[in-house]
Each structure stands twice: as structure tokens, then as C-alpha cells.
Design a protein around this ligand. Structure first.
Ligand SMILES: [Zn+2]
Length: 78
């Protein structure tokens, strides 16, 4: 017995693809996250000291730049 009601979904097909990120992209994302976490939460002149030397530890450029973020995020600072 045919009811006469036709499902709308019969008239076209729907393709649902599952999306999976590659391991490489997850590794890059994790590296960016860790680098950002270090810059915002823990850097006391370490990064700039690579090119600037000891003066970077007195200048604390990144620390001063991210100081408000650091406090807002609850990282220990001073
Ligand atoms: Zn502070």
C-alpha cells in the first residue's frame, strides 16, 4: 500500500563527510599554543635575550607588552 507521501530527501542526495585534522596540523597548532602560552605567561626576557643578550632581562619588553593579559589570565607575575 502506497501512502502517497513522498519524503523530500528522496529528491536529492546529501553527502556528509567526516572531517579529521591531520596530525601535522595538530602538532603545529599545539606548538603555536605552547609558544603563545610561554610569551603571555612565563617570558621574563628569555625570548629577546636570544638576540639582545642580557639587556633583555632588564628591559622585559614582552613581559610589559603582555602584562595586563598575564594578570587577567591569572598567571603569577609579581
Ligand atoms: Zn604584574
Amino acid at each position: 500500500m502506497h501512502s502517497g507521501i513522498r519524503c523530500v530527501a528522496d529528491s536529492y542526495s546529501v553527502t556528509v563527510e567526516s572531517w579529521r585534522p591531520s596530525l601535522g596540523s595538530l602538532a603545529v597548532l599545539a606548538a603555536v599554543f605552547v609558544a603563545g602560552l610561554f610569551v603571555v605567561g612565563f617570558d621574563q626576557g628569555h625570548l629577546f635575550s636570544l638576540v639582545q643578550g642580557e639587556a633583555a632581562f632588564d628591559q622585559l619588553f614582552l613581559h610589559e607588552l603582555t602584562h595586563d593579559i598575564r594578570h587577567a589570565a591569572g598567571f603569577p607575575c609579581h
